[in-house]
Design a protein around this ligand. Structure first.
Ligand code: HH2
Length: 271
């Protein structure tokens, strides 16, 4: 196997009261900054900052509240270090404020479908954009999700969203794709996608993979009731992503993921 580029680690920072894993811990800007610095020191090359939870059934947050949560953090981090910054939002007005404050990536779990002008705003901002697959929206997505061919349907959706973004003026080399593990998927759907990440990588866009601490791990290991108990499963998936050639993994546990990826690379080089 050729020596692929190292997988980048994107550290998750949720400035929210209710995210499924770190909710409430980083709503205080001082605590969020400490966590951001810590993840950067641990080897995260990208920080993904969110102000609205996308967990199933999470209440919607208005744009003003989201901006208040994420923009001061992005501005403070941009002023102190050259790390790549991403904003996790579905709302164009939040993306606009975040990019003005120094964000490099708009991570949109709605793949630029949340607002009619999302794709035009992404083109105008000129930032990188992550287009993620989700079935429905966060309030409804886990209600009996159904696919005939989950890999084929997610692939077709992502390609269609990339085409729509490019038609609106987003440059091809600014687009990332993400299969959206856990967003309107059963355990079987998630496993089918994780087993065929190579097909998504073959689409020719950088792939982002978000598996960290997600509840499908509990469906495999019922002892992993709390998100903090899901490190082993998260690392197994990050390594599967690295083997398939994803560009980045989105994680809560940065130091452990950096180590697992480094050991996997060393083993690959030795073999
Ligand atoms: N997963 C979550 C949020 N944003 N973005 C992308 N591109 N891919 C993902 O898999 C993804 C994402 C959910 O995780 P988290 O941010 O930890 O929780 P919450 O949505 O409850 O804030």
């Amino acid at each position: 196997m050729p020596d692929a580029a190292p997988v980048r680690v994107m550290g998750i920072l949720n400035a929210t009261p209710d995210s499924f894993s770190d909710g409430g811990r980083f709503l205080d800007p001082a605590a969020a900054l400490v966590q951001a610095r810590r993840m950067a020191a641990e080897g995260a090359q990208i920080l993904d900052i969110g102000g609205e939870s996308t967990r199933p059934g999470a209440p919607a947050v208005d744009a003003g509240t989201e901006i208040e949560r994420v923009v001061p953090l992005i501005a403070a981090l941009r002023a102190e270090r050259p790390i790549t910054l991403s904003v996790d939002t579905m709302k164009p007005e939040v993306a606009r404020a975040a990019v003005a404050a120094g964000a490099d990536i708009w991570n949109d779990v709605s793949a630029l479908t949340w607002a009619p002008d999302s794709a035009e705003v992404a083109a105008e901002l000129g930032c990188q954009v992550v287009l993620m697959h989700m079935l429905g929206d966060p309030r409804t997505m886990q209600t009996a999700p159904r696919y005939e061919d989950v890999v084929g349907e997610v692939e077709a959706y992502l390609l269609a969203r990339a085409e729509a973004a490019m038609a609106a003026g987003v440059a091809r080399d600014r687009i990332w794709l993400d299969p959206g593990i856990g967003f309107g998927k059963t355990l079987a759907h998630n496993l089918a996608l994780l087993a065929r990440l190579d097909r998504f990588v073959a689409l020719g866009f950088p792939m982002l993979l978000g598996v960290s601490r997600k509840s499908f791990i509990k469906a495999i290991d019922p002892r992993a009731e709390s998100p903090g108990d899901r490190l082993g499963g998260s690392l197994a998936c990050a390594l599967a992503g690295a083997r398939a050639g994803v560009a980045a993994v989105r994680v809560h546990d940065v130091v452990e993921t950096v180590q697992a990826l480094a050991v996997a690379r060393a083993l690959q080089a030795a073999g």
